[in-house]
Design a protein around this ligand. Structure first.
Ligand SMILES: C[S@@+](CC[C@H](N)C(=O)[O-])C[C@H]1O[C@@H](n2cnc3c(N)ncnc32)[C@H](O)[C@@H]1O
Length: 241
């Protein structure tokens, strides 16, 4: 019967039915959907995703990528940067990673946003409009993220708000600004300051609604040794060599 259904589906679509055996009795069986999927709320990650979910556009699988690379980057002792904060969901998660796993590392989290919505966009490259995401404020985000000893907000336009931070050493950057020019401006500043062994995670690289994001990343890394790794989540990750 299954064979017949599979043949029927394959006849009308180009998709193959994936055969994954369900193994009974394995530890944590409820997280195999069909493969081990810790972003569904496994173990220590659960309170992290729960802290962010009300205030973020970023799905749990993408939050899991931030959580994992964030934990690893703590060992480098550099700064964490987030470009594109909006209501502060992923910033809450990153501040919690530092507070719970790396307080003694001295790591600071720098948050960059207009907190008044998208700047002008390039209509040839971007689908977003100027003023998108304006329903937020720096005060509300700072209160939500908390940890004033670890977190510094920089309100205004990227790259203007990078001024004065030329001596930064960055171990982890989350670039979630959605549009071509903002990604190029972020990369021009962050990449030379990214520590060896550090990461950049691009949230919107593979999103069909953000064509300028992929164009910016691909152009920037075309003449660099690092290769952006496109992920099934839509993100891309760069590991600094
Ligand atoms: C998709 S939202 C960020 C989502 C957020 N990380 C979350 O957890 O939901 C994109 C943000 O990028 C900001 N942004 C884009 N370009 C910018 C620029 N040049 N300067 C400052 N902020 C910018 C927008 O204001 C917007 O809040």
């Amino acid at each position: 019967m299954l064979k017949k259904i599979e043949r029927f589906i394959n006849l009308f679509t180009s998709l193959k039915v994936q055969k994954v055996k369900t193994v009974r009795g394995i530890p944590d069986a409820q997280f195999y959907k069909p493969y081990f999927s810790p972003w569904l709320g496994y173990g220590e990650f659960k309170p992290f995703v729960e802290s962010a979910e009300k205030y973020t556009l970023v799905t749990a699988d993408r939050c899991y990528v931030l959580y994992t690379f964030g934990k690893q980057a703590l060992a480098l002792g550099g700064e964490f940067w987030e470009c594109g904060v909006y209501k502060g969901g992923t910033a809450i998660l990153l501040a919690k990673v530092i507070a719970e796993y790396g307080k003694q590392s001295g790591t600071k989290l720098h948050l960059f946003d207009t907190f008044e919505g998208m700047p002008d966009v390039n209509a040839q490259k971007d689908w977003h409009k100027s003023g998108d995401f304006k329903d937020t404020s720096e005060e509300a985000v700072s209160a939500r993220v908390g940890h004033p000893d670890l977190v510094v907000t920089h309100k205004g336009f990227i790259p203007d708000t990078f001024k004065g931070l030329e001596n930064s050493k960055i171990s982890f950057a989350h670039i979630d600004v959605d549009i071509y020019q903002s990604i190029i401006d972020s990369l021009n500043f962050i990449y030379p300051r990214l520590m060896s062994g550090g990461f950049i995670i691009f949230d919107d690289y593979g999103f069909p609604t953000c064509p300028g994001a992929r164009q910016a990343v691909d152009e920037f890394f075309a003449n660099k040794p690092e290769q952006p790794l496109a992920m099934p989540s839509g993100q891309a990750v760069v590991f600094k060599s």
